[in-house]
Design a protein around this ligand. Structure first.
Ligand code: PG9
Length: 610
């Protein structure tokens, strides 16, 4: 959870600066206790317990487990995130996971599940189990029921707790848990390596026991990453083979057993507790995760215990602020307050205290554009119609299929001049002043005139177009090289005059996006070189959306082949492992996108009829 993380980083920097970091969180409502809880193998985990001071009826326990440090955490009534829970009344417990901050043991990034045949083996599920067992016996005035919650890594630890749960665990709210670090979450997207995030996060978590920022020494990291050159320079110059997560990136460039074992698809079975999955449409880190977790659990959800909430949030946006705006985009409603008061607090009140009917909607989604909460009986919702939106001549985009036998657009992709993924300066991800948190909502006009970014757009729409459900892009494309990246962005272009908010006139708001590393176009497990100049079909999964392109707006699609330094540069010459490529392997290439009757590049959208 970044809100917590930023606090922790601030603390960390204070310590680095040699200043006394006197952190004594206080609250008149809670008694605070910090204990070391022993696990089955003797390792002790640092745990903070906030118990309401006013004795009353026994209370459930709410547990969160994190790699980001718990000791300087504010009391639950002092945080917007937990205040509605605090008003309801719980004993709150926060724990440092193994090897982080004041906990003993060794940290492993998203630790693999244990071998069930080994009774001595441990994993995050057994650590959760042992913690709950201890709490039930030692936390005074508990009612024997436990819930877990948390965002991102802490969402993932909640998922781990629910996989093989202690019988007292009744419900979780997993928020932005990653589901698969190779297919769609923090570290890769469909095979393309998320360089800035992977590099900075591996350092932050593994250079020390506490969060530590990489010392870039520059504010704008774009040039720093460009000068870094080939990825093999990371270990050569900076990490020296000492960071396990970076070494895993280097050793597992393809979708192999390592990523499968780490991913949730190999771990999630039938829901054994009630599960609230929470996602943000503009989550810059883990949007894929919670939607995928929901779908995986859904396969065995015969007791209707599994639910999905998706709001117009960035990573953790449901936990802070009021959620009326994200970056420049307004949502008219206090979406984050709505979540915390109407979805998060009632979830635990029902499952841990028996309050309310418990008829939570299967899916609750904030439909952007029209800006209203909707409920659905499944995700993707029923009743949509698949429609193809074609890239056409003269930069046009149309629901009409091309009829001409030819039609192509091309551009030169040069790894020496990659397209920035957001407007510069590109601050260190979690560094001071970072705009990382809202980059997905940034106006895409900042790249529109680059010759290596192609755009197609519709005429102003004569009626609303509601895109609800899954979507993908199918590009018929060729390159003069032997590998290529394909970035596809779906954009809502605001009208040229926009009296409601004049500065938003013409704004290019990216509502869906993703990348496919070309070498994986046939198989994620077995990459293969592209044959120069051969037209192939590249399918780029754009995941899910619930957005209405309003009458008068245009729909735009942009295609480009670099997104730097979010994604590492594709050498465009096929090298079996890009982490082993040298500077000499990087080459310019001409990429062609076809838009003819027989090779009609298009997006496939799920449209909700009016
Ligand atoms: N996105 C972060 C993360 C989660 C799990 C593994 C690695 C990174 C986070 O915000 O916690």
């Amino acid at each position: 959870m970044k809100q917590i993380l930023m606090l922790t980083l601030a603390t960390c920097l204070t310590i680095v600066a040699g200043l006394a970091a006197a952190q004594t969180p206080s609250s008149t409502r809670y008694a605070r206790q910090e204990v070391l809880i022993p696990m089955r193998d003797g390792v002790r985990l640092n745990t903070v317990i906030f118990t309401p001071k006013t004795a009353g009826e026994p209370l459930p326990l709410l547990l969160t487990r994190t790699p980001y440090g718990v000791s300087d955490r504010d009391a639950p009534d002092q945080q917007a995130y937990t205040r509605p829970l605090s008003d309801e009344g719980y004993i709150f417990v926060a724990q440092d996971i193994r090897g982080r901050y004041k906990s003993e043991g060794t940290f492993q990034m998203q630790r693999f599940s244990r071998n069930p045949a080994d009774p001595k083996a441990i994993d995050e599920s057994t650590d959760t189990y042992d913690t709950i067992e201890w709490l039930l016996k030692n936390a005074p005035n508990n009612n024997g029921k436990v819930g877990m919650y948390g965002g991102s890594y802490d969402g993932w630890t909640s998922v781990m707790g629910a996989i093989d749960p202690h019988p007292a665990l009744k419900a979780i709210s997993e928020q932005a848990s990653p589901a698969d670090m190779w297919l769609g979450d923090d570290f890769h997207h469909q095979g393309a390596f998320r360089l800035s995030y992977g590099f900075e996060y591996a350092f932050m978590e593994e250079a020390a026991r506490t969060d530590t920022l990489f010392p870039f020494g520059v504010y704008d990291t774009y040039d720093w990453y460009l000068k870094l050159g080939a990825l093999l320079n990371v270990n050569k110059t900076y990490f020296h083979g000492k960071l396990p997560t970076w070494n895993d990136f280097v050793s597992h460039p393809n979708y192999d057993e390592f990523w499968r074992k780490q991913g949730l698809a190999s771990r999630i079975g039938k829901p054994k507790v009630a599960i609230q999955n929470v996602a943000g449409w503009w989550d810059q880190e883990d949007f894929y995760g919670p939607v995928t977790a929901y779908q995986l659990w859904e396969k065995g959800d015969d007791k209707r215990q599994n639910h999905l909430v998706v709001g117009p949030w960035n990573h953790g946006g449901w936990a802070r602020g009021d959620g009326r705006k994200l970056g420049n985009i307004s949502f008219d409603t206090t979406t984050a307050v709505d979540f915390r008061q109407r979805m998060f607090a009632p979830w635990f009140a029902h499952h841990l205290k028996g309050k309310g009917e418990g008829n939570f909607p299967e899916v609750t989604s904030f439909q952007t554009g029209r800006n209203q909460w909707k409920t659905y009986t499944q995700w993707p919702p029923a009743g949509t119609v698949k429609r193809k939106l074609y890239l056409r001549e003269n930069g046009q985009l149309s629901f009409e299929k091309p009829t001409a036998g030819t039609g192509v657009d091309n551009y030169i992709s040069d790894p020496a001049h990659p397209v920035p993924y957001r407007s510069r300066p590109i601050e260190q991800t979690y560094g001071p002043g970072s705009r990382w948190f809202t980059w997905l909502t940034e106006d895409q006009r900042f790249v529109q005139n680059r010759p290596d970014v192609l755009s197609w757009q519709t005429e102003p729409l004569s009626e609303d177009v509601a895109v609800t459900g899954t979507l993908l892009a199918r590009l018929f494309a060729a390159t003069t090289g032997s590998d290529a990246d394909w970035v596809v962005k779906l954009i809502d272009v605001y009208p040229e005059t926009y009296p409601r908010e004049p500065k938003m006139a013409g704004y290019q708001f990216m509502v869906a996006n993703d990348i496919l590393r070309g070498r994986f176009y046939k198989s994620f497990e077995k990459p293969q070189p592209l044959q120069p100049d051969k037209v192939e079909t590249f399918t780029v999964d754009l995941h899910s959306l619930d957005h209405v392109f309003l009458k008068g707006h245009r729909i735009m699609v942009q295609v480009q082949s670099s997104w730097f330094p979010l994604i590492d540069r594709n050498p465009q010459r096929y090298i079996p492992n890009i982490f082993a490529a040298t500077e000499a392997d990087f080459q310019k290439a001409t990429h062609r996108i076809f838009r003819s009757a027989t090779q009609p590049s298009h997006l496939e959208l799920s449209i909700m009829p009016r």
